[in-house]
Write a protein that binds this ligand. Structure first.
Ligand code: ZN
Length: 132
């Protein structure tokens, strides 16, 4: 298992980790197989979506904020209930196929780490699997 270290610099942020993940596939010489990208945090998530137009990432952040405001009447006293809920909506892992040494992603697809309660130092686990 490999780890990526991520540093967010805003409370809510989408961080494109596609290049780092592709680099790991190269380093580990995965030709055909798959990998699991896993976020071990309760206020951050992982999602695959459009990487070409940054407005899409802003729309996702803004819409999550509208749906799940930071300040509402939550029970959890830590003040970050919105981040916990957003993390659950996005999920904590994605699976990505690999063929001929490349991530199998659609033309516009990128892998994003979603920060829900930054700025923070974060870790992403990546489990790489080679088909035999
Ligand atoms: Zn909390």
């Amino acid at each position: 298992m490999k780890e990526l270290r991520i540093t967010s610099n805003q409370r809510n942020q989408m961080i494109d980790i596609t290049d780092e993940v592709q680099q790991l596939v190269k380093e580990e010489k995965i030709n055909d197989g798959y990998l699991i990208v896993y976020v071990p945090h309760t206020t951050a998530g992982i999602t695959i979506n459009e990487g070409a137009d940054p407005d899409v990432q802003q729309d996702i952040i803004d819409t999550l904020d509208k749906l799940i405001p930071e300040n509402a009447s939550y029970h959890h006293s830590e003040g970050n209930s919105d981040a916990h809920i957003k993390a659950s909506l996005l999920g904590s892992s994605v699976t990505v196929l690999v063929t001929e040494g490349k991530l199998v992603l659609g033309t516009w697809q990128h892998i994003f780490f979603y920060e829900g309660d930054g700025p923070r130092h974060r870790t992403v686990y990546i489990s790489l699997h080679q088909s035999r």
